[in-house]
Design a binder for this molecule. Structure first.
Ligand code: ZN
Length: 101
């Protein structure tokens, strides 16, 4: 066995240990929108996003949603000019739940 194989395996195992599961990665990505994450959780989320397309997509979606909300500074009590139908709302909720798995 080449001499660098065992250290490389050990490094890979340690990197996997840093990566949270999908549920935790989703929670941390949501949390990161409001507060900067400490170094290790931030590193774990980055590792997880590099490996998991669903969580990467989920993170991109919540970031985009936040940008859209901030682009419309009407506040919470303004009546929206466009509303989702109940079916569209259910599709969105279902897609977000699936992306978070
Ligand atoms: Zn994931």
């Amino acid at each position: 066995m080449p001499p660098l194989v065992q250290p490389a395996r050990a490094l890979l195992i340690n990197l996997r240990a840093l990566s949270p599961n999908c549920r935790e990665a989703a929670r941390l990505q949501s949390q990161a929108l409001d507060h900067p994450l400490p170094f290790l959780p931030r590193l774990g989320v980055r590792l997880h996003r590099a490996l998991c397309q669903r969580c990467r997509r989920y993170g991109d979606q919540i970031l985009r949603l936040r940008e859209l909300v901030q682009a419309h500074p009407h506040g919470g009590d303004a009546t929206p000019s466009v509303t989702l139908s109940p079916a569209a709302r259910q599709r969105c909720e279902r897609a977000l739940r699936e992306a978070a798995k």
